[in-house]
Design a protein around this ligand. Structure first.
Ligand code: CTP
Length: 397
């Protein structure tokens, strides 16, 4: 139910705008108060009269409307909602949002709001698949905006593929999920994820086989429980989760800086496979091949981010969780690592090639705490993430 929740619904100008009428009805059936905003183009597809009548609230559409500005300024309008929903979010509207433009009421509200935003894109399949739209989507997800849909199917333009507005009931479900008061609501958590790349010269680097799948799943699971997540990720194979603040980094040193900037927080999960060494004095120009002469690389130690945060006197998160990727004596080595680094928990896994864990979809972990260890059966990385998120919620309760 959405009783007592106020939704600021921004209707973009696309053929799917007609579905926003049904969305308004479904939201009101569940007790939501819907404050509608239409872009100028939306008025070509649905009338302000129908929107106002169904919402039971006047539609806002003009940035320079003196009457409404006197009653409720547009800045205040952007703040009165529990959630801002953009449906349909057209390619043009997404582009303006990604650019941070404020050239009409809808984009001004989106720029001024401090409440969470959910978009439901709808557009022609080629427009959806265009690299520019996908770039804008990545920017918006990185800003912490949640996205639902688009669906795949026959489209009004006669083409077939992804681009159809999600069904109104699916949008309602996404809204309910975004507004759910999870046990981690109000908690700030940081998650490091993925590999780091340590440059040798501008074109070569040292990396490792981490895909970022486990860290991504953990960030998504924490966010689903209501946490406010800073997701600090190296160059991973899997896309970042939705609804979290994505902070992309490349090297261990950059990851350390990003982590320090994310403090203080309530809990920190260090799932990144951070390179232990960087190349000392990496070359700023490409190292050329010289006949009969092999280059030698000198290494320098990277900062141990987990140990640094776990041993902070001020700003230490209440719960610091590390990972241990081991190939031998997994539990003994991980138990020693927990003590050495000073963290509260270690999730230890066996990354021997025959386990298929590194880069795979499953994981078999042992949770090491001060009370000993708890071995979890082999399960998907998503399930490991949800189990861990639930344990974190218990620990912070
Ligand atoms: N870690 C980190 N910063 C580093 C190295 C590791 O934050 N420079 C974190 C990882 O994210 C992980 C944990 O430390 O949570 C364990 O990393 P691991 O590489 O297994 O531990 P090491 O101390 O490097 O031990 P070893 O390589 O000898 O097993």
């Amino acid at each position: 139910m959405l009783t007592g929740k106020r939704i600021l619904l921004i209707i973009g100008g696309g053929i799917a705008a007609y579905k926003s009428l049904e969305l308004i009805r479904r939201l009101r059936e569940r007790g939501a108060d819907v404050v509608p905003v239409m872009t100028e183009a939306a008025g070509q597809f649905v009338t302000p009269m129908s929107v106002t009548a169904l919402a039971g609230n006047p539609v806002h559409s003009d940035l320079f409307d003196l009457g409404t500005e006197a009653e409720m300024g547009h800045i205040q309008l952007s703040r009165v909602a529990d959630l801002v929903v953009v449906a349909p979010a057209t390619a043009h509207l997404m582009a303006r949002m990604a650019q941070g433009m404020a050239d009409d009421l809808a984009t001004t509200l989106l720029l001024a709001t401090d409440t969470p935003v959910l978009i439901a894109p709808a557009m022609n399949v080629r427009m959806w698949e265009h690299p520019a739209t996908q770039r804008n989507l990545a920017t918006l997800l990185g800003d912490g905006i949640t996205c639902t849909g688009p669906d795949e199917g026959d489209m009004a333009c006669g083409e077939y593929g992804p681009g159809r507005l999600a069904e109104p009931l699916a949008i309602v479900e996404a809204i309910e999920a975004r507004l759910a008061d999870g046990p981690l609501k109000g908690r700030r958590v940081l998650v490091t994820s993925g590999p780091t790349h340590e440059p040798i010269d501008p074109v070569r680097y040292i990396a490792n086989r981490s895909s970022g799948a486990q860290g991504t799943a953990i960030a998504a699971a924490l966010s689903a429980l209501g946490a406010d997540v800073d997701f600090i990720t190296g160059p991973a194979d899997v896309p970042p989760p939705q609804g979290v603040r994505v902070i992309p980094v490349e090297t261990a040193a950059q990851m350390m800086d990003a982590v320090q900037q994310s403090l203080p927080c309530d809990a920190a999960v260090f799932a990144a496979a951070v390179a232990d060494w960087c190349v000392a004095g990496a070359s700023s120009s490409k190292i050329k091949k010289k006949a009969g002469k092999l280059p030698t690389l000198e290494f320098a130690e990277n900062p141990d981010i987990l140990a640094h945060v776990a041993q902070l006197k001020r700003d230490r998160p209440r719960l610091v969780v590390g990972f241990a990727a081991e190939t031998d004596d997994v539990i003994a080595n991980a138990t020693a690592k927990r003590a050495r680094k000073g963290c509260d928990w270690i999730l230890a896994n066996d990354v021997s090639p025959e386990t298929g864990i590194m880069g795979g979809t499953e994981n078999a972990v042992h949770l090491i705490t001060e009370d000993g260890h708890d071995s979890w059966p082999r399960m998907t990385k998503d399930l490991v993430a949800r189990k861990l998120a639930a344990r974190i919620a218990e620990a912070l309760a």
